[in-house]
Design a binder for this molecule. Sequence first.
Ligand code: 3PG
Length: 422
Amino acid sequence: VGTLGEADLKGKKVFVRADLNVPLDDAQKITDDTRIRASVPTIKFLLEKGAKVILASHLGRPKGVTPKFSLKPLVPRLSELLGIDVVMANDCIGEEVEKLAAALPDGGVLLLENVRFYKEEEKNDPEFAKKLASVADLYVNDAFGTAHRAHASTEGVTKFLRPSVAGFLMQKELDYLVGAVANPKKPFAAIVGGSKVSSKIGVIESLLAKVDILILGGGMIFTFYKAQGLAVGKSLVEEDKLELATSLIETAKAKGVKLLLPIDVVVADKFAADAESKVVPASAIPDGWMGLDVGPDAIKTFSEALDTCKTIIWNGPMGVFEFEKFAAGTDVSTNLMLCHVSSLRFCHCCLVQFVFPQAIAKQLAELTAKGVTTIIGGGDSVAAVEKAGLADKMSHISTGGGASLELLEGKPLPGVLALDEA
Ligand code: 3PG
């Protein structure tokens, strides 16, 4: 894709599509500003070059104009990070936007209202894309998190603005999720979690062609155990994916990939916060008990395997159930304290939420410092690394959930293809 080079940007109106889809609480307060911060380098670069930035994004999945999905709450944080007063439009197209864009000084930023307030955005309507484009001279796509959507502001608009190039965030995401994965320093390991085999088939199949070691965690492991003839008690199993699990194990063998499943697991006697829990070998899950997470010996074997690697990618949660769901009605902090202090008995909550993700995050941070390339791909794995306070210690943390997953599956992203064509 084309990139932001040394083009003369002075006085140019640049339409920047960012992914400012950040979580807001009930009081419309931003609860995680990562995506805003990740968009800043491109915007700052353009401002320093004397360009006028017309910034667009979606937020949430509104059906029509919905005040709670307005981008207005983002203005103070954006202004603070950029060190200028960001002007906000009440719409993303139309007369007011045209006037505000025309009045924008060099080095000024105009934030447009949520592009998804128009159904034409998701329909990739060419007329709508043309209207978005009409106020600008060129296009920069920095919205990696939305690059898997062929929408008017990510794809359609490139037909009307030349050049259309990638911003710095988009470039960095592609460098790591495509570049580092296609040409990894070896040995290359992937840690893939998730509750269902079905949602990770694409990623596992694609990674099996590239990695030396594949570590599996999350609820899907019980489908793999059952496929290997182990008893899994009441654990979550996708019965219709048993054959698939067997064939993935065989593919790994045929390709010489070391496939690591946890050798021990945490099991509970019921799905409740006051459940009894214990650690058992993966081959000895008692009848009537359900597996919830990987056990401490598994963590040790995973950790030993990771220690030998030069490139590591981690995608997806390793615990089986959402912590909040499982711990409903309990005092979370007490639970964590108890397990942590006693550490004699591994509480399932402690392991799911704390021990495993934190242990992995810590090890990856240490390996990064030794020159290992570490890539955290989207969603819960990113949350675990952030919770451990180690986000800036990894080589790359992806800002895309669905987009990074599709990229790892080897699917082309429409937002990136459009830049290629442009
Ligand atoms: C995301 O949060 O993954 C992106 O912003 C894309 O949002 P979407 O799934 O609503 O298209």
